[in-house]
Design a protein around this ligand. Structure first.
Ligand SMILES: Cc1cc2nc3c(=O)[nH]c(=O)nc-3n(C[C@H](O)[C@H](O)[C@H](O)COP(=O)(O)O)c2cc1C
Length: 173
């Protein structure tokens, strides 16, 4: 039977919301993932770094930039044993410096996505999907990478309608 995995990266702690810094318990991307879990039947996997970025926003910004410039592949806490059983992977992540957090590259490079459909979902504060769709296609050459959904991070809690429409358009609802 066709199965869907929602794999996502999301950072709580201090973030920037329309001009002000705030500490949050659940990151924007995870808020959208939680909404999608109500809409479709899917397993979820959280992509977590062994050494997470700082809870302090400005420090995190620098750490993530350093990893991007180094083209780093941060070590993850864990990985699914296999993704063989999934034919569709919803890949959700924040826009970091116009692409995905480098830990998402670590995740993607850990599996063979040949023949699988990837639906990219990117929360951001204005840069949209950035170059992330292109980067996913490059990293997963055998996958069918669909048009992504961009969600404004600070409006994550209002994402239900657009998420539902996008999931429907991709045959998941
Ligand atoms: C390290 C870092 C880099 C970011 N770079 C961008 C960017 O280039 N463009 C953008 O629109 N937003 C950028 N943002 C904002 C995040 O994409 C946005 O707040 C996102 O919703 C965070 O998701 P999360 O709470 O699930 O981690 C950046 C945030 C961080 C922490």
């Amino acid at each position: 039977m066709a199965k869907t995995l929602i794999a996502y990266f999301s950072r709580a702690d201090e973030n920037y919301f329309g001009g002000a810094m705030r500490y949050v318990k659940v990151g924007n991307t995870e808020i959208v993932v939680n909404i999608m879990k109500e809409l479709i039947a899917a397993d979820t996997f959280k992509i977590e770094m062994k050494t997470p970025y700082s809870p302090v926003y400005m420090t995190c910004i620098d750490e993530a930039k350093r990893d991007l410039q180094a083209n780093a592949r941060p070590e993850l806490v864990s990985l699914p044993e296999s993704i063989d059983e999934y034919d569709t992977v919803v890949l959700a992540y924040p826009n970091y410096w116009s692409t995905m957090p480098m830990a998402v590259f670590t995740f993607l490079e850990s599996f063979d996505f040949t023949g699988k459909t990837i639906l990219p979902l990117c929360t951001n504060e204005g840069s949209g999907m950035g170059g992330s769709e292109r980067d996913i296609k490059k990293t997963c050459p055998g996958a069918d990478v669909k048009k992504g959904l961009s969600i404004t991070g600070s409006r994550a809690a209002q994402a239900k309608e657009s998420a539902e429409k996008w999931l429907k358009a991709n045959g998941l609802r």
